[in-house]
Write a protein that binds this ligand. Structure first.
Ligand code: NOJ
Ligand code: CA
Length: 713
């Protein structure tokens, strides 16, 4: 009752506030507060009638006056001469259930202000701007209402400014129109230099036209406030990069373009852009706990998605990246030569026998899924050519892969096979075959597919992150949704919270994954990679990182490459990196020691993949992070902690456990001399009892980590 009254009072306050400002006839500004009143947005029009906004956190500005506007083909820009015709506000406070996720349910609580604008002179075009203030940040979007003088139009520029209050510390990657598989850089804002990241030899398709960054981009102010910029609900528009002006601490939206379109995005009114989002937090870990980006998406429209079960999976995958086997039967100069140097001999990985070996390993260890790459014909033809249409048909197995036999064996052993569709970045071929390919999957009891888009997009002039491809990725979600199929996309469009609306969007890549450790010319991902990813890429959504490499140096395959973490760090990733599908990426034989399962494999067997609660216990961007998650159904807790190249002592405070209960804890930690480079596989396992008043100290080696399972006694 009290909380109800409080809510009513807050609503009343807000209404009176907006009303009183709007009381005078020439209204030019308005204020919006978050429910807890810590975050405020001020919208105003300049004398010239240009819309602008400012953002405050606890009374201090975090975004200085920043203007908003659009440029079009064959139309004057829409960025001045505007007046406010109407303002409305409302409040929302709802709780929605996650079909799978980091927690059971999410509270969506915000205050909204909608400003309707119209040009004072001809052509009298209209534009609405909607702001939502949450306790953990703000979002705003543009709405083009239906109107006579703005119907179908090509946007040649969206100019949303983000003027910062200082030369912040920034964790950024270049604004690449084709790929998110860059390392994050930690520099001052004034030192951002995306151009120097061009021509990365590890990337098949990359295009960085200017000094811009991709989102999410995370920052820390000198006052210790964390900010992260991204977007929500990217459905029928171009992905947004942020062009940086290093001399003015300023950013402006730079949409991914299309050379075919000679512009950025074709829209037709009524049309809503994606939300531009700014997460704001005092604690780095709060960025990870925020669900604001999800809340800015529409509710689930697919209904029941129980055809997809969150799962761990093994795969005929790492062996190709290591060069143990090939994707194709021919041993051609295709994908194999990208991931391996030297002579490639025919040595097909996806054979019937090998698939059965992985199925045995999965079923013996309680692992539900199996991914098989290279099962279908076409792999010899596609990589070094522009003529990639029609290479794959997603139906025809190689001669040495008895599809029916593998499927029958998997069924018998209780293993679900995950389909693989490498499109070779030829989406038109994929769209043509999609319904047949999905039907083929369903007829064979397959409910999830890993898709891939390696290479430059065909048709030429389109980019992975432009509107044309955004529409493609959207179409895949919709068509797969109709067929009850879940999508794990590699070389995807960034996650923008669409999994709320389409919970068949289970995971995606969109980062430098584990695969880079097998073949990258620069030596792979450095130890601070994942402590950075947790506070950047992971803010957008689930990651198919493919953790769990036990044979860290794999000298027998690639003497010049390695994983730059300890084994315990690999275990911790099952908790730290959120995804409803988690791979056991290493080869089955690498999970064995002296003919027996490796003792640390027990953690991966035990760890959950679907959670009722998640808490970030500690962390600092790019340095370390510790996350605790409670498994749905069992109530077991798992804790994972990782560090970058600095060793550290972490104190785990168990106050998240239920009071009065005793838990059996198994701790997998770095061995005393462990080090990501000199001694990565040294680990120890300790068993103890803990309750919610206990604390435990764990030492993390350089590049190290720990994993902990907690089961009620
Ligand atoms: C790139 C993906 O990220 C990787 O996982 C896959 O093995 C190859 N493409 C081949 O599809
Ligand atoms: Ca990739």
């Amino acid at each position: 009752m009290i909380s109800c009254l409080k809510k009513y009072a807050a609503l009343l306050c807000l209404t009176v506030f907006v009303f009183s400002l709007f009381g005078c006839s020439m209204q030019t500004e308005s204020l919006l507060s978050s429910p807890n009143e810590q975050i405020r947005v001020k919208f105003s029009l300049t004398e010239a009638g240009t819309p602008q906004y400012e953002v405050f956190y606890k009374e201090n500005a975090v975004i200085l006056s920043s203007s908003m506007g659009f440029e079009f083909k064959d139309q004057p820009p829409l960025n001045e001469g505007l007046r406010i015709t109407e303002m409305n506000n409302r409040q929302e406070d709802e709780t929605w259930a996650m079909p799978w996720g980091e927690q059971d349910s999410v509270r969506n609580h915000f205050n909204e202000l909608k400003i309707q604008l119209e040009e004072t002179g001809a052509p009298n075009r209209k534009l609405n701007i909607v702001f939502r203030a949450f306790d953990d940040g703000i979002g705003f979007r543009y709405e083009f209402p239906e109107q006579p003088n703005l119907n179908e139009v090509l946007i040649t520029d969206e100019n949303t400014q983000f003027n910062l209050t200082g030369d912040h510390q920034v964790w950024w990657q270049p604004g690449d129109w084709d790929i998110y598989e860059h390392l994050y850089n930690a520099t001052k804002f004034s030192e951002i230099d995306a151009i120097s990241k061009r021509d990365d030899p590890n990337l098949k398709a990359t295009y960085i036209p200017e000094n811009a960054v991709n989102t999410p981009v995370t920052m820390k102010t000198s006052e210790g406030v964390y900010l992260s910029f991204h977007e929500a609900d990217l459905t029928d528009y171009s992905g947004m990069t942020l062009k940086v002006d290093t001399s003015n601490n300023s950013m402006v939206s730079e949409l991914v373009g299309s050379e075919r379109l000679q512009g950025k995005a074709m829209i037709s009114a009524p049309f809503n852009t994606p939300w531009r989002t700014i997460q704001i937090a005092d604690r780095a870990g709060d960025l990870i706990e925020s669900r604001m980006v999800l809340n800015l998406n529409d509710p689930n429209i697919l209904g029941d998605v129980s055809y997809f079960t969150p799962m761990k999976y093994v795969g005929i995958w790492w062996e190709m990246h290591l060069g143990k086997s090939t994707w194709d039967m021919e041993g051609s100069q295709s994908m194999n030569t990208f991931t391996n140097s030297g002579e490639i001999k025919p040595n097909h990985g996806a054979t019937t026998e090998n698939a059965m070996r992985y199925i045995d390993f999965a079923s013996e260890n309680g692992i539900k899924g199996l991914l098989v790459e290279g099962w279908n014909t076409g792999w010899d033809k596609w990589i070094n050519t522009d003529d990639r249409e029609g290479v794959f048909d997603f139906m025809t197995p190689y001669a040495d892969y008895d599809f029916d036999k593998v499927m029958a064996y998997a069924r018998e052993k209780g293993v679900e096979v995950i389909m693989h569709h490498e499109t070779s970045a030829a989406p038109l071929t994929y769209e043509k075959q999609m319904d047949v390919a999905y039907k083929f999957m369903k007829d064979n009891g397959m409910n999830a597919v890993k898709t891939g888009y390696v290479g430059k997009i065909i048709p030429k002039g389109e980019y992975h992150h432009g509107q044309w491809m955004v529409r493609h990725y959207q179409k895949v979600l919709e068509e797969a949704g109709k067929m009850k199929i879940a999508i794990n996309a590699h070389e995807p469009i960034k996650a923008t919270g669409k999994r709320r609306t389409y919970p068949n969007a289970i995971a995606r890549e969109g980062l430098r994954g584990q695969e880079f450790n097998a073949w990258a010319a620069d030596g792979g991902n450095p130890p601070n990679h994942l402590p950075t990813i947790a506070f950047t890429r992971m803010l957008s959504g689930p990651i198919d990182f493919t953790p769990g490499i036990f044979n860290i140096k794999f000298d027998e395959y690639k003497p010049d490459n390695q994983v730059s973490t300890t084994l315990a760090h690999q275990l911790a990733l099952y908790v730290v990196i959120y995804s409803p599908v988690q791979m056991l990426a290493d080869l089955p034989e690498h999970y064995m020691e002296n003919g027996k399962p490796h003792p640390a494999l027990q953690f991966i067997r035990d760890v959950g993949v679907d959670w009722s609660e998640s808490h970030v216990l500690d962390g600092e961007v790019g340095e370390y992070v510790t996350i605790a998650r409670k498994e749905r159904g069992t109530g077991n807790w798992f804790v994972g902690g990782i560090t970058g190249d600095e060793e550290r002592m972490e104190t785990i405070v168990f106050n998240f456990l239920e009071e009065g209960k005793t838990y059996e804890a198994i701790l997998y930690e770095d061995g005393p001399d462990a080090h990501w480079d000199t001694n990565p596989q040294a680990y120890e396992i300790k068993t103890m009892d803990v309750s919610n008043t206990d604390t435990v100290e764990v030492m993390l080696a350089p590049g190290g980590g720990f994993a902990l399972s907690l089961k009620e006694k």
